[in-house]
Design a protein around this ligand. Structure first.
Ligand SMILES: NC(=O)c1ccc[n+]([C@@H]2O[C@H](COP(=O)([O-])OP(=O)(O)OC[C@H]3O[C@@H](n4cnc5c(N)ncnc54)[C@H](OP(=O)(O)O)[C@@H]3O)[C@@H](O)[C@H]2O)c1
Length: 275
């Protein structure tokens, strides 16, 4: 490591999309970074770009966070790097798949739950005691506007985002006054590699008024996290949509999502979280 890690922030899924944009926001604020994703090539490209742009220390760890005991493996890798206690943890790595539930791959659903739900819960549980001892720490969990309604044809993904939103809000309240804050970031559609990985054929949502760039999402998320906000929904239209969802019948909202997903075109079964 060339420079010491100072005020370290760990970002999962930091090699592309929203995670990479969040890493830039944090580096701009002087945090050193630990980036985590699976592909070591893309990680080292991100590492170099962040170091060149902001002059902060950047380390990366290539690890599949969907593997059993990934949280313990990550802590062991951080210890091997002699990383000081984490100031900021960003749970961003995640994926979804557009597939009818009855024919989706059970292994892909399990992989989604492991990455999108189980890892953030377990790793948060493991790092919290050290944050509480220091009475300092910020946790940012990337959920989605999908968290506010049921999502036919992406049932497991929408449910996983509802889980992490509820989890984040609950522990934010448990931790009130402790010096540790928890923020759920809930973006609408963001043009990233997510859509191709999910097997979403029709990209019209990405050109719709609801779409927000990864850098805007990152800015809103990091700002909200710094202010200790519990839920951040970037983009005015998405905020209006989320408010509308609070009063609309849930069955009606599910029907609207169903129609939208049908228009996006269901691909033949078999999309996975390919690197
Ligand atoms: N894009 C959207 O429209 C949108 C909207 C709302 C919420 N979100 C959420 O935003 C988050 C980031 O998505 P994105 O749009 O930025 O997607 P993305 O560009 O596909 O980025 C996903 C990142 O996660 C890493 N990753 C994937 N599987 C992993 C695993 N098993 N272990 C470790 N790292 C893994 C990927 O790198 P490797 O493949 O090399 O591992 C990559 O760095 C996700 O939680 C997603 O649900 C996205």
């Amino acid at each position: 490591m060339s420079t010491a890690l100072f005020r370290p922030a760990l970002v999962t899924g930091a090699s592309s999309g929203i995670g990479l944009a969040i890493a830039h926001e944090l580096a701009r604020r002087g945090h050193s970074l630990v980036l985590v994703a699976r592909d070591p090539g893309r990680l080292s490209v991100a590492e170099r770009a962040l170091r060149d742009a902001h002059g902060v220390a950047v380390q990366s760890i290539a690890l599949d966070l969907g593997e059993p005991f990934a949280a313990e493996s990550l802590l062991a890798r951080l210890a091997a790097l002699r990383c000081p206690p984490l100031d900021v943890v960003v749970h961003n790595a995640g994926f979804g798949v557009l597939d009818p539930f009855a024919t989706c791959s059970p292994d892909t659903s399990d992989a989604m739950l492991a990455l999108d739900v189980a890892f953030p819960v377990r790793f948060t549980r493991l790092v919290l005691p050290s944050m509480l001892e220091r009475r300092a720490g910020r946790i940012l969990i990337v959920a989605s506007t999908a968290a506010f309604q049921a999502g036919p044809f992406m049932a497991v993904y929408y449910a996983s985002k509802a889980f992490v939103l509820s989890f984040a809000e609950a522990i934010a309240e448990e931790l009130r006054g402790s010096g540790v804050t928890v923020t759920a970031l809930c973006p609408g559609p963001v043009p990233t590699a997510f859509q191709a990985r999910a097997g979403i054929g029709d990209a019209s949502l990405l050109t719709s008024l609801l779409a927000v760039s990864a850098s805007r999402v990152a800015r809103a998320g990091v700002r909200g996290m710094e202010r200790g906000r519990r839920v951040v929904v970037p983009g005015l239209l998405s905020r209006v949509a989320v408010q509308a969802l609070r009063v609309l019948p849930r069955a009606f909202a599910a029907r609207v999502v169903r129609r939208m997903q049908e228009q996006r075109g269901q691909r033949p079964a078999g999309a996975t979280n390919q690197r």
